[in-house]
Design a protein around this ligand. Sequence first.
Ligand code: ATP
Ligand code: MG
Length: 419
Amino acid sequence: MKLQRPRGTEDIYYENAKELTALELILRNIASQYNFHEIRTPIFEGKDLFVRSIGTETDIVSKEMFELLDKKEREFVLRPEGTVPTVRSIIENKLYGKYELPLKLFYIGSMFRYERPQHGRLRQFNQFGTEVVGVKSYLLDVEVILLGYNLLKLIGLEQVTLKLNCLTDSDSRPKYIAALKEFLSNEKLCDDCLTRIVNNPLRVLDCKIDHDKFILAPKIHEYLSPEEATYFNNIQNVLNKLAIPFELDHKLVRGLDYYTSLVFEMTTLDEEGKELTLLGGGRYDHLINEFDQQLNYPAVGFAMGLERILLTLAKNGIKLATEDELDVYVIVLSEHARYFASSLLLLLRSNGLCADTDYLNRGVKAQFKSSERLKAKNVIIIGDEELKKNVVKIKNQATGKEHEVKFEKIINVLMKGKA
Ligand code: ATP
Ligand code: MG
């Protein structure tokens, strides 16, 4: 039997796992600076939840969901995104009645989409996402953008482009759709778009194949109502004031149906100079109301792909994690010493030191080699001679200096070196 992980998935270990964990730690820290609180929802949900909210003509629902049947033939899916489960949880647990409004939530976790695996595109991937729920203010849109923008800066990504667009939710939406349909009627469209143009014409702009063809399409932000236009202008004015550069992109509609107003993306260039979207989001003011007509909670948020961030960091030669190193490697010269090493290791570790030893019964030379490979700052050498005298030898690897140290002084000496 050939052992092989499923297509489009990754095994993450050692350096890569450390890098992912370091990234997650930074995300948690910045989220808490902005006063966001974590939410963890199940990895699978009822299928209907996503079909109803993301939209049947979206790529996610029409072809990317991992579907499951339980023993009673009920339909579930592995979650393809994090906003809808978060909204489900807010409503189910009445979070709006329990915590300060706006709810400021973030999540980190695996999402699943049945896509053709390629550079920066997996079937299981990790997202960090934020959702601000319960209050409509352009300052919250800005806050969410700032969180995303600043965290990319914080991890060292300088070449990031922020793109904005604003969808209209007003009476002029049908007018815009009519103008768009008119424009598209003169274009040769892919098979998917021939369906989209009937069921959900806006989705055509999100086409992966023909996206660049639509540069001359009618611009939705020219169809905004006066209030919507003011709202969008306010966002741009604050961003200008804060010296956050952005571009307007009228083709940006995002791959989900629930956005109603601002939509935005942050992109960078990959190795081949192709655009890579790191995060995307927007305002979705009706989603909660569509699930529960009693509730009127506007919302804004974004989701960011962690694998794409890691790829971009690697491309730029940026490492977030510190290198693995040991405080102490214990070298043992006899069976007795090996026995003693167990309690010494316990002592070292219970004092917060990272410590390890040899378990392969190897000679001194090989043990020294190991200590170098493991980047031990200190080596402790124990042989029968030392045991008789109740001492160990401690060698500082940086200075090369070696001392005999009494058992009871070991921790003192090592801690001094650490300080
Ligand atoms: P794309 O246009 O690249 O398919 P999307 O519109 O489907 O992106 P969203 O649903 O908004 O993306 O997800 C937000 C972010 O999650 C993306 O910007 C990307 O960084 C990441 N992402 C989405 N799908 C994948 C995937 N299959 N593999 C890895 N990362 C992904
Ligand atoms: Mg997609």
